[in-house]
Ligand binder design. Structure first.
Ligand SMILES: [Zn+2]
Length: 381
């Protein structure tokens, strides 16, 4: 091990004997008691030294090997130590790509803060490269989600949409003005390529895959140009994803309201069918209105504020990445909504419905779900 204090966390002495790593409550850690010699020893933990060299240099600070081991273990337990050589073969392959890694430096630093174990950040960043994600929709939200995922190191990002790009699709971080008139899917594909930190790592991914076939989808992001089809998602459209067990995340903007979620884990959390059944149960007039909205031949102008669309795209991509990195983000079984002009993000917990064929009702949901807000979600029957 070549231990390195995670450079992402700012270090400050709290009084004489305690060092605080990090600023924000979510990730800050206090370590103490710590004397001056140990404080000096911290300076040696920059990833350039293996343990034997650390023991040797620590002796000049009057620290013996046992003290060094104890201190390093304490820092490892506190999630403060990275190992510049850990993460396995995919991480080693990524380390050889200096240009790609340079682009990812802030992403890697962020992952190192979130994942406590040495090498955890690099391991996850490397794992993203063999993942395949589909984004459905190449409008203001969808295209930007795809670009962010690609830029974040997801190896294969596919974008599905129809028709040709219109001036209203153009967005910073999304489709460029030069794409207007081009097929949306082609323009989005180019955007994904341009956003990637380097050439797609497809050769190695395919070789490692099963029988040379393409890897299964890790996630589908449903971010269509027309907000209603993600806000009032059609259970029929989602059926193949439910039956194949493909996780999917809804996101979009509808009538000056942005939303992210729910992230559906098929059979585990509420799906489009559950959502539909609950709405029908709560509001007897719902089916009648839904039919009118869905049959509306007069296509409404999309009320999609650029700032809100960009925020939704960024948040949706961040939730997607957290999920791909192995977490259950707060959109799991929950929809977050913010409406203009106050933009107060609120969450609505979406309970699984017993009558839904997805089978999520009765299953225990993600460990991250809190008990709050379940009062009105108590299942009938
Ligand atoms: Zn369901």
């Amino acid at each position: 091990m070549h231990p390195m204090l995670k450079p992402a966390l700012r270090r400050a002495w709290r009084g004489r004997g305690t060092v605080q790593f990090g600023v924000t409550p979510a990730h800050a850690v206090k370590v103490g008691p710590m004397d001056i010699a140990t404080g000096c020893f911290l300076e040696l933990l920059d990833g350039t030294r293996g343990m034997p060299l650390l023991y040797e240099e620590a002796r000049t600070l009057d620290l013996n090997a046992r003290q060094v081991d104890t201190l390093v273990m304490r820092l490892v337990d506190a999630g403060l130590i990275d190992d510049v050589r850990a993460g396995g073969a995919p991480a080693d392959a990524l380390r050889k790509r200096a240009d790609v890694l340079e682009r990812h430096r802030p992403d890697l630093a962020s992952l190192s803060v979130v994942h406590p174990e040495p090498g955890g950040g690099m391991g996850r960043l490397a794992a993203r490269r063999s993942m395949r994600v589909q984004v459905r929709g190449a409008g203001r939200v969808g295209a930007a989600v795809a670009a962010v995922l690609s830029g974040s190191g997801v190896g294969r990002v596919e974008v599905l949409d129809g028709g040709c790009a219109e001036p209203g699709d153009v967005a910073p971080g999304g489709l460029p003005a030069s794409a207007v008139g081009e097929r949306r899917d082609m323009a989005a594909r180019q955007l994904v390529r341009r956003s990637a930190p380097g050439p797609a790592p497809r050769a190695t991914a395919a070789a490692a895959g099963q029988g040379g076939g393409e890897p299964g989808l890790s996630l589908i992001v449903v971010a269509p140009r027309d907000g209603p089809s993600a806000y009032l998602p059609d259970p029929g459209t989602a059926e193949p994803w439910i039956s194949s067990g493909t996780p999917h995340l809804y996101a979009g903007v509808i009538e000056a309201t942005g939303f992210v979620g729910p992230l559906v884990l098929p059979g585990g959390t509420a799906c489009a069918g559950c959502l539909d059944l609950r709405r029908r149960e709560r509001d007897p007039q719902w089916p009648r209105m839904l039919a009118q909205w869905q049959s509306g031949r007069r296509s409404a102008v999309q009320a999609c504020d650029l700032g809100l669309a960009t925020a939704v795209a960024g948040l949706a991509a961040a939730h997607a990445l957290a999920f791909l990195d192995g977490e259950l983000p707060m959109s799991t079984g929950t929809r977050w909504e913010a409406a203009l002009p106050l933009l107060d993000w609120r969450s609505e917990r979406i309970g699984a419905h017993l009558d839904c064929r997805c089978g999520a009702a009765g299953h225990t949901e993600g460990v991250r779900t809190s008990g709050a807000g379940t009062a009105h979600d108590t299942m009938a029957g």
